[in-house]
Ligand binder design. Structure first.
Ligand SMILES: [Zn+2]
Ligand SMILES: [Zn+2]
Length: 141
């Protein structure tokens, strides 16, 4: 997974490392793995969806940190068929927005607050939230 650590992610990991409340290294390691897991759940990923050359569903791979990583993997794995890159949205960001714990990158419209990926990129509806109950028609960073 090709990723670049973000400021808020580094701060969350540091908070675990600097917490004096752990009795032993195992406890700290477990807490750290949990923390990193929830951090990674806040990210969007890329999947590689594969079809065999006879048209049958193939072998799907994920997560990749970006398209370039998925393409590089595909070019090394010469087992035939065709591959397609599919974006995977973060369930963590969606849940955090839903539960009122606003994660970085949510829509700042008072009545929306959904993650950026819920906002349409299609020309006519560009910017509007695609969640039917949402009133916003623009996403602001
Ligand atoms: Zn919105
Ligand atoms: Zn919305």
């Amino acid at each position: 997974m090709r990723i670049t650590a973000r400021r808020e992610e580094v701060d969350a990991v540091k908070a675990v490392l600097e917490d004096p409340g752990f009795d032993n290294a195992d406890q700290m390691a477990k807490a750290l793995i949990k923390e990193v897991g929830s951090i990674l759940q806040m990210r969007d990923w890329v999947a590689l969806v594969h079809t065999w050359s006879d048209g049958h569903r193939g072998l799907n791979f994920a997560p990749f940190g970006n398209e370039a990583e998925a393409k590089s993997f595909a070019s090394k794995m010469a087992f035939g068929g065709t591959g397609r890159i599919v974006p995977l949205h973060s369930p963590g960001a969606m849940l955090a927005n839903h539960d009122g714990k606003k994660w970085k990158g949510y829509c700042q419209h008072d009545e929306c607050g959904h993650a950026p990926f819920t906002h349409s990129a299609a020309s006519a509806a560009r910017g509007a939230c695609q969640i039917p109950t949402c009133p916003c028609n623009g996403f602001r960073k």
